[in-house]
Design a protein around this ligand. Structure first.
Ligand SMILES: NC(=O)c1ccc[n+]([C@@H]2O[C@H](COP(=O)([O-])OP(=O)(O)OC[C@H]3O[C@@H](n4cnc5c(N)ncnc54)[C@H](O)[C@@H]3O)[C@@H](O)[C@H]2O)c1
Length: 298
């Protein structure tokens, strides 16, 4: 199977492309620049392209069986003015989906963001205010609630893919909402709240996101599971590792940052407010278990 990966030179692309090649896929990496760290493995071709160029995108996606579409401005500060984050992302997404479909490609994976669900209530806010998240743990059915141009661009991308799935019964389309991408597989992140406050980073941590994260290697294993398991129709998933950036018990994050929100599952013993069970059920994927030091007896 020949898979186009847009954003192949980016943080996730540089991990995902080799993982796909190792799994036997032929990979076409598309980006504004070539990645010097992608090895020449005989299965990965890289091409420089601006995905805002509709004609170039149609040309590049001929003969592709599946597209993993990641190339976007990856946050609301990534372009100025912020409206450009919105207009560029929407144009890129429109071009990629249209061109893939025109060439008969019937597997599309779109990288969305947890910011599609809202990114307000920064941890420095006083008062923090009530959460708009309707229930915990969050999952792919958590309602869209964009609060910046980036989040809005992701919601529009999600709806665009859903529309194409509605109109094309043979198309399998999966939206992956991702939290902060970082960390090492299996190792707790253990940021310190007091250090974040000391450095003045409070404005970067939205309580709405539950401080969730996922390492790039886990994103790669998730995409592999999706490509192998996706079936015609539309699906949307939200994925994270069983940890949060502050390594706080999920019960404590819920109590401190989501007062009054309905809790639908027993959170005891958990470290994430994201429910991965639907992905495990549908695609057999589980994140790398996070190893924690055993509690000291006594
Ligand atoms: N990094 C995170 O914490 C995070 C969290 C949630 C979701 N996401 C989403 O995951 C995806 C990948 O994120 P990342 O961290 O690898 O981002 P990144 O910025 O490292 O990589 C994105 C790549 O897309 C390319 N790109 C952007 N516009 C392009 C265009 N017009 N034509 C061709 N290439 C273009 C860039 O050159 C870059 O290499 C993005 O869609 C992002 O929105 C990222």
């Amino acid at each position: 199977m020949r898979v186009a990966v847009t954003g192949s030179a980016g943080g996730v692309g540089r991990v995902l492309c080799p993982a796909l090649a190792d799994a036997g896929f032929d990979v076409l990496g598309l980006d504004l620049s070539l990645s010097t760290t992608l090895r020449d493995d005989g299965r990965t071709e890289q091409r420089v392209i601006d995905l805002l160029d509709r004609v170039a995108v149609f040309d590049a996606l001929a003969g592709i069986d599946a597209v993993v579409h990641m190339a976007n401005h990856p946050n609301s500060y990534a372009a100025r003015p912020p409206t450009r984050v919105y207009t560029d992302n929407v144009t890129t997404n429109t071009n990629v989906f249209e061109a893939a479909l025109a060439h008969g490609c019937n597997k599309l994976v779109f990288f969305s963001s947890i910011q599609a669900q809202g990114s307000t209530r920064m941890i420095g806010d006083d008062p923090l205010g009530p959460s708009h998240i309707p229930y915990l743990p969050m999952d792919g059915n958590t309602p869209a609630y964009p609060t910046n141009y980036y989040g809005l661009s992701k919601v529009v991308g999600e709806q665009l893919l859903e529309m194409h799935c509605r109109l094309n019964p043979e198309l399998a389309g999966v939206v992956v909402r991702l939290p902060y991408i970082g960390g090492e597989p299996g190792r707790p992140m253990e940021r310190k709240l007091d250090e974040v406050r000391r450095r003045g980073w409070q404005k970067f941590f939205s309580a709405d996101e539950g401080f969730a994260y996922i390492p790039p290697a886990d994103v790669a294993s998730l995409v592999l599971a999706l490509l192998r398991g996706m079936t015609p129709g539309f699906d949307r998933v939200l994925a994270a590792v069983n940890d949060n950036q502050f390594s706080l018990p999920a019960e404590r994050v819920a109590a401190d940052y989501f007062a009054g929100v309905e809790v639908r599952q027993d959170l005891s013993g958990r470290f994430t407010l994201i429910d991965n069970a639907p992905i495990t059920r549908r695609y057999g994927w589980e994140p790398t278990p996070v190893q924690r030091p055993a509690p000291v007896p006594g």
